[in-house]
Design a binder for this molecule. Structure first.
Ligand code: ZN
Length: 491
C-alpha cells in the first residue's frame, strides 16, 4: 500500500507522515462522552472527525482497532478533581441508580451516532468496568515515585514529574503557567502543590459511586481511565489518540504524564485534536443557553432553530470545514449545507441514469487522485467535498448532453464518487423511515403527469391544464420537456 497520509500531530505541532508502529495494524483511541445528558453538537464533531479517519485508514488497507470509551465515573463537575461526579449528581437529582443514568444516555448517544452514520468503534469500554486496571496504574505511578497518598486520596506529583520529564509538552504550558491558572479549591490542602491532580479520590460518606482500593473506598481520577483502557486494549504504545481541542489541557496532558510515570516512555505517537463548534458566533455553554441537543437539531425543536436539520445535513456541514478549523453553526449556513448535500445526492442519482458515449469530454479521470491527495493532506474533507462538487457539475453537463463520457470513465467516476462520498465521508442518502412513503408519493405524481400527457395527446386541454394547475397549487414545479414533463417540489 502506498502511504502518503500526512496528519497534524498536536505534540510536535507539525504535519507528519503517518507511519504506524505495527502496520498493517493501527491502534486508535478517542475520548468518548461522559454520559450524563443527551448527546449535543459538541459530541458530533469528534465522533464524525474520527469516524472519517477510521473509515479512511481502513480504505488504505489498515486493520484498525478503534477504542472509544464511555466515561461513567470520575468526571467531576470541575473536570479534574473537584466537585460532584457528573453521573452521581444526575442520579441524585433524578433519584436513579447511577448506572440507570449511564444506560439511558449511552443508548441515546448510540442512537444519535447511528443517525449521523458514525460507525461503532471496535471496542467501547466503560470506565466503571476498568477500576482494577486504574488501581493498577495508580500503584505503578506510586511505586515509581511520581505520586503520593494524602488522606486516602492519591495525587500525581506534577513538580517531581516536571523535573524528570517536562510536564506540559502537549499543551505548551509550563508548570508556572499551570500554577498561575489553578484556582484554590476545597481539598487542595490535601495536595502538596495546586497543580497536582487526583489519581484516586477518597469518597465522602454521601458519595454513591465507590470502590475499595489500597488507599480508601473511593473512585479513580478522570484522567486515569483513558491511560488504563488505552493500555489494556491497544498496548503500552499505540498510534493515534484523538479528541476535541478542549481535552488537550488538562486531560490529555495528564494522560501523557501518567503514561510516562507508569511505563517510563511515551504511549502515543500521534495526538490529533478537532477544533470547537460555535453557535451563531458564540461558544457553546450552559450560560449562553445554546446547548442544542442532536435530537433537537433532527426535529427542529430548539428555539434557535428555524427548521429541523437532518443528521446528514449536520454531518455534511461539519465535514465542509477542515477538522482543525472552527465551525460556526447558524441557520443560514445549515440551510446552505442542506442544499449543497442535496446537489451532491442529485448528482449521484443522475449518475445512475447516464449513458456512456464513445469518448470523454470532461475531466473526471483525476478525481480519484485529487480526492486522495486531499484526504492525505491531514484529512482535508472540505477539499474532497469541493472536488465532488466539480464532479457533480461534470455529471450534470453530461446529463444535459453538453458533454460526453466513455464507458470506462463512467464506471471509474461512479466508483470514485461512491468511495469518497459514501465510504469515506460516510454520507448516505436520507430517506429514513419515510423511504417507502416518499417513493410511493413520487410515483403518484409521475402517474398524474402521465395522465396529463395522455390528455394532451388527446387534445383534452381542460384535463391537462387542470392537472398542471392543481399540482402547481400544491407546490410542485412542472417543467415540460421534449421527453415529457418533469417535476420537483418548490424549495
Ligand atoms: Zn480521555
Amino acid at each position: 500500500m502506498e502511504n502518503k497520509l500526512m496528519i497534524y500531530n498536536t505534540l510536535t505541532r507539525k504535519k507528519e507522515l503517518f507511519e504506524p508502529l505495527n502496520a498493517p495494524n493501527v491502534g486508535l483511541y478517542v475520548c468518548g462522552p461522559t454520559v450524563y445528558g443527551d448527546a449535543h453538537l459538541g459530541h458530533a464533531r469528534p465522533a464524525i472527525t474520527f469516524d472519517v479517519l477510521f473509515r479512511y485508514l481502513q480504505t488504505l488497507g489498515y486493520k484498525v482497532r478503534y477504542v472509544r470509551n464511555i466515561t461513567d465515573v470520575g468526571h467531576l463537575e470541575h473536570d479534574a478533581d473537584e466537585g460532584e461526579d457528573k453521573i452521581a449528581k444526575k442520579a441524585r437529582l433524578e433519584q436513579l441508580e447511577p448506572m440507570e443514568v449511564v444506560q439511558h444516555y449511552t443508548l441515546r448517544y448510540h442512537k444519535a451516532m447511528e443517525a449521523l452514520n458514525v460507525l461503532p468503534p471496535s471496542i467501547e469500554p466503560h470506565a466503571s468496568g476498568h477500576i482494577i486496571e486504574q488501581i493498577q496504574l495508580v500503584k505503578e505511578i506510586l511505586d515509581n515515585g511520581f505520586a503520593y497518598e494524602s488522606e486516602g486520596s492519591v495525587y500525581f506529583d506534577v513538580a517531581k514529574y516536571d523535573k524528570a520529564h517536562n510536564y506540559g509538552i502537549l499543551s505548551g504550558r509550563n508548570l508556572d503557567d499551570v500554577l498561575n491558572t489553578t484556582r484554590e479549591l476545597d481539598g487542595q490542602n490535601e495536595k502538596r502543590n495546586p497543580a497536582d491532580f487526583a489519581l484516586w479520590k477518597c469518597a465522602q460518606p454521601e458519595h454513591i459511586m465507590r470502590w475499595p482500593s489500597p488507599w480508601s473506598d473511593g473512585f479513580p481520577g478522570w484522567h486515569c481511565e483513558c491511560t488504563a483502557m488505552g493500555r489494556k486494549y491497544l498496548g503500552e504504545q499505540f498510534d493515534i489518540h484523538g479528541g476535541g481541542m478542549d481535552l488537550i489541557f488538562p486531560h490529555h496532558e495528564c494522560e501523557i504524564a501518567q503514561g510516562v510515570a507508569a511505563m517510563g516512555h511515551p504511549v502515543v505517537k500521534y495526538w490529533m485534536h478537532n477544533n470547537m463548534i460555535t453557535i451563531n458566533g458564540q461558544k457553546m455553554g450552559k450560560s449562553y443557553n445554546n446547548f442544542i441537543n442532536l435530537s433537537e437539531f433532527f426535529t427542529g425543536s430548539h428555539p434557535l432553530l428555524e427548521q429541523p436539520y437532518s443528521p446528514m445535513t449536520i454531518r455534511f456541514f461539519i465535514l465542509q470545514a477542515h477538522y482543525r478549523s472552527t465551525v460556526d453553526f447558524g441557520n443560514e449556513a445549515l440551510q446552505a449545507a442542506e442544499k449543497g448535500l442535496q446537489r451532491l445526492m442529485d448528482a449521484w442519482n443522475t449518475l445512475g441514469s447516464i449513458v456512456a458515449g464513445d469518448e470523454t469530454s470532461v475531466d473526471v479521470a483525476s478525481l480519484r487522485s485529487r480526492c486522495h491527495d486531499a484526504m492525505n493532506d491531514d484529512m482535508n474533507t472540505a477539499q474532497v467535498i469541493s472536488h465532488l462538487f466539480d464532479a457533480s457539475r461534470a455529471i450534470n453537463q453530461i446529463a444535459d448532453k453538453k458533454a460526453t463520457i466513455s464507458a470506462a470513465d463512467l464506471s471509474e467516476l461512479k466508483e470514485t464518487f461512491r468511495l469518497f462520498a459514501f465510504d469515506i465521508l460516510g454520507l448516505k442518502e436520507e430517506l429514513g423511515s419515510n423511504s417507502g412513503r416518499e417513493k410511493a408519493f413520487g410515483k403518484v405524481v409521475d402517474m398524474l403527469l402521465e395522465q396529463r400527457q395522455a390528455a394532451k395527446a388527446a387534445k383534452d386541454w381542460a384535463t391537462s391544464d387542470k392537472i398542471r394547475n392543481e399540482l402547481q397549487a400544491l407546490g410542485f414545479e412542472i417543467k415540460d420537456g421534449k421527453d415529457g414533463a418533469t417535476w420537483k417540489l418548490k424549495g
